[in-house]
Write a protein that binds this ligand. Sequence first.
Ligand code: HAM
Length: 432
Amino acid sequence: MSAYRAVKGTRDIFPEEIAAWKHIENVIGGVAELYGFQEIRTPVFEYTDLFRRGIGAATDIVGKEMFSFEPDPGGRSITLRPEMTAGVMRAFLQKNLHAAAPVHKLYYIAELFRKERPQAGRQRQFAQFGAELLGASSPEAVAEVIGLMMQVFSTLGVKGLKLRINTLGDMDDRVRYRDALKAYLVQYAADLDEPSRERLEKNPLRILDSKNPAVQDIVADGPKLRDYLKQGALDDFEQVLRYLDERGVSCSVDPLLVRGLDYYCHTAFEVASPELGAQDALGGGGRYDGLARQLGSKTDIPAAGFAVGMERLLIVMEKQGLLRHIGEKGPRVYVVLQDRELVSRAVTLCNSLRSAGISAEMDLCARSMKAQMREANRMHADFALFVGEAEIRSGLFGLKNLRTSGQEELDMKAVIARLCRKPDETESSAPC
Ligand code: HAM
């Protein structure tokens, strides 16, 4: 054991888990493509100011959770990205993409960093997949991003998710409501818990999200956001709900749902899984029409998007047994050496197989034939190819199907053709 351990809140991802990650990443890429979303990659760090302005100085993320540092003495502070939306919008504006086409659909799978107290499902380095639709935030655009998110879940086979949705109105509605809520809650300041009291000054809307029943009781008798919304916002929301219904996406309206980032307006949503316990939020998102201007754009860029935590998604999939057979795919063929004198012939054979696009493995530890067969099975190889003096002399090799135990004697050309063959019921893969 080494004296060093991974930093608290970070974790290593080993080969056996990589298969699950790749499976999810492939599904995300495939579904995103169906919806016309293209991948974007942005730098891991940005100027701190971007997040302060974009996410909001009063939010927990900016106030407490950012890893910020100065790269040069007296230089401009930079921050490891705690989320992707601000960076994607920055990249979009920097490249002036809205001049090229009115609507852009972007998705990402990215590593993020938040200085949170680590616990199950909450890390300091974690990954999200997400999508941002820039240039439109009509009800159909919002339904489109939610539809994409839910289709990724259903393609992966994830069940039992709860989608909650709310409308926050426009900035003006929110400010009027925030003031009214604050004026109401101030009267009960002594009865609020410590986190809510802290939020009272800086971000009273977040108190609506409190899980503390005593705080929930106080909130229940307070002013309602809905009463502060203009008719247009309510109509817009009704349409979002209708389009979701038409897509077969079920959700429940939660008038207390407010998200932890300041850029949202109108529709906001969150998807949760009972499989996640205390940290039950699997993903969330919403409309953020004001962000572009907040970042200095002269034009309005209506937008909507979402992000889903990859580690939390893996926890849910693991618990639902959806990762069971992923990662069991081994090499197509394991070359079993009967005579150590023939190592160089086996190396040459492996090379010819690999050149033909067939994944091939051989023993590197001078093991007995029995041990080599054990290793081939442990690796889930599809076939074993036997190489001995007699085989080299005759040019005919024994090829054993490790699934059916059937064996054939074939020359090398036929071996390659056989291993390239399209899969039948007894084989799980065809590499060529
Ligand atoms: P968020 O709600 O902050 O939204 O994060 C989305 C998801 O990322 C969460 O639901 C959770 O699954 C995962 N997540 C967040 N923090 C952690 C953590 N410390 N450890 C593990 N997983 C975590 C956003 O980030 C917005 N940018 C979403 C968005 C995109 N809105 C519009 N477009």
